[in-house]
Design a protein around this ligand. Structure first.
Ligand SMILES: Nc1nc2c(ncn2[C@@H]2O[C@H](COP(=O)(O)OP(=O)(O)OP(=O)(O)O)[C@@H](O)[C@H]2O)c(=O)[nH]1
Length: 485
């Protein structure tokens, strides 16, 4: 080693690699014999390129109980592990640290530690765009300290030793309410008028849920807005002392219309909780992602049509009771909360498989159950948090009119504390047309109904899907059995 050390002092890793593996090693000069390395130079170089933080020896780690035990089913392949049998169970080796965390040891030694800095949190706190600030771990966080504890001055360093508590002994975290943060907002012109697209992060999952806010009156700067603006509290909040006006405007925290000549950052004070008797509660739709229906125009379901129809209905001008000095109508207002829970929460892969089971004759509910899923695996906590952030359905503000036929959605939102003033039915366009034809004897096609795809969705698959929703999922929609297709 000493010889090598003398030889290699001051030369780079690459030169060393060259020295050990080159065919024309210069033994005479360095005084050492050439030896062919068993090691692949590329492997050596790759190993040298990694930093010291990478643990390379995982074979002794207890990743999964059966791994490495050739007697167990699924040995060496944890995906095949079927669980330990009672006979085969051997005492599990568990790594338990006997050392308290560094911060605690330093405290015990009387060293004052800036914990924020130690944990690198100071920067995170100042930068709300950092992911960890917006996406806490999917497991529940511990309940925040009580206000009394928060107001206590920092304790002086003490030498009293606190026993190190194993993580399993730490008090169980209290279930938290879903929290959301609007990361960005922008104006989007649509066939139904201008909407504001809001992108949210939350503390429940790592998905980017969205809110499509219809409130074009916010673009008007000349006429005073009669209804309270639908704006995100978390977006309009000041995120840090160092945030500039340009930062705020780039993430969409502005008022009025943004243009090269108009750039007015918003302030947290732009959220009056005004309620007025003359303006109907905003129309809201909680919509779940459906790639097939919304993107490729699948006619197995009416999801694409529902999304479009919701934005259309919300965008309709609102008639006001005639009063002197007030306009007869105001622009439509409301929102579509777009949740990334594809396939009623089972995901696209399972939904595609479910479609094949439906082709075999099973309905949408049975197909889900056959795949080991629930009929509906969705949750509405994040949707409720988004509505609260937009000041919709809150105790202080207005109630909402909810566009849905699904009674479970209404109950779930009410359970989350959302005030629902009215349920507004969502009647499929093809059923509206057929009822109209039946009642008026007019052969009317779907023109006149605006839709991104240019028409309504219809067909046997759709009718079967809608019937199942009514008959097996309790959706509130009059059936069309008596009418001709
Ligand atoms: N698993 C499964 N999901 C489906 C199927 N067809 C549509 N979906 C999903 O169902 C969801 C659509 O539900 P929503 O539009 O929110 O409607 P809903 O809860 O049924 O009730 P409404 O509010 O009355 O429309 C989307 O996530 C679709 O991907 C299907 O056959 N199987």
């Amino acid at each position: 080693m000493d010889v090598l050390e003398g030889v290699t002092k001051g030369i780079s890793d690459l030169e060393l690699l060259d020295l050990l593996t080159a065919p024309d090693l210069r033994p005479a000069k360095h005084g050492i014999r050439r030896r062919d390395s068993d090691l692949d130079p590329l492997l050596l170089a790759a190993a040298a390129a990694y930093g010291p933080h990478v643990t390379r020896n995982h074979y002794a780690h207890d990743f999964f109980p059966a791994v490495g035990d050739p007697r167990s089913e699924g040995a060496y392949d944890w995906t095949r592990f079927q669980g330990e049998t009672v006979q085969a169970r051997k005492p599990r080796l568990k790594y338990v640290s006997r050392q308290a965390p560094r911060s605690q040891r330093l405290k015990e030694q009387g060293v004052v530690v800036d914990e924020e800095k130690e944990n690198g949190r100071a920067k995170e706190a100042a930068d709300p765009l950092r992911r960890s600030d917006n996406l806490p771990s999917p497991t529940s966080r511990a309940a925040p300290p009580s206000s009394a504890a928060q107001s206590e001055p920092p304790s002086t360093p003490t030498t009293v030793s606190t026993p190190h508590v194993a993580s399993s002994e730490v008090a169980k975290p209290v279930a938290e309410a879903a929290e959301v943060k609007c990361m960005a907002r922008t104006r989007v012109p649509t066939p139904h008028g201008t909407v504001f697209l809001h992108l949210y992060h939350n503390n429940r999952d790592s998905k980017e849920h969205l809110a499509v806010v219809v409130d074009p009156a916010q673009l008007e700067t000349t006429n005073p807005q009669i209804a309270p603006p639908i704006r995100s509290r978390s977006l309009d909040a000041v995120w840090s002392d160092s945030e500039t006006e340009a930062d705020r405007i780039t993430r969409g925290a502005y008022v009025g219309r943004l243009s090269p000549t108009s750039q007015t950052p918003s302030s947290p004070e732009v959220h009056p909780d005004i309620t007025t008797d003359v303006i109907p509660s905003p129309l809201i739709r909680i919509h779940s992602e459906c790639f097939t229906g919304e993107t490729i125009g699948s006619m197995r379901c009416d999801c694409g049509e529902q999304l479009d129809e919701a934005i259309r209905q919300i965008s309709q001008p609102i008639m006001l009771p005639p009063t002197a000095g007030r306009p007869a109508t105001i622009p439509g207002r409301g929102a579509v909360v777009y949740l990334r829970q594809e396939g009623r929460g089972i995901g696209l892969l399972s939904k595609i498989r479910a479609y094949n089971l439906q082709d075999l004759g099973h309905d949408t509910v049975t197909a889900n159950l056959m795949l080991g899923h629930g009929a509906d695996e969705r949750g509405y906590e994040v949707a409720a948090a988004i509505l609260r952030d937009l000041g919709l359905g809150t105790e202080a503000g207005e109630g909402v009119r909810l566009l849905t036929n699904n009674p479970d959605k209404v109950l779930a939102l009410e359970k989350e504390g959302i005030r629902i003033a009215e349920r507004v039915p969502m009647v499929p366009r093809s059923w509206q047309r057929r009822r109209h034809q039946h009642e008026h004897g007019v052969d009317e096609d779907a023109s006149g109904l605006t839709m991104i795809g240019g028409g309504e969705v219809h067909g046997e698959d759709l009718d079967r899907y809608l019937r199942t929703k009514v008959l097996r999922m309790g959706h509130i929609l009059p059936l069309m059995d008596d009418l001709q297709p």
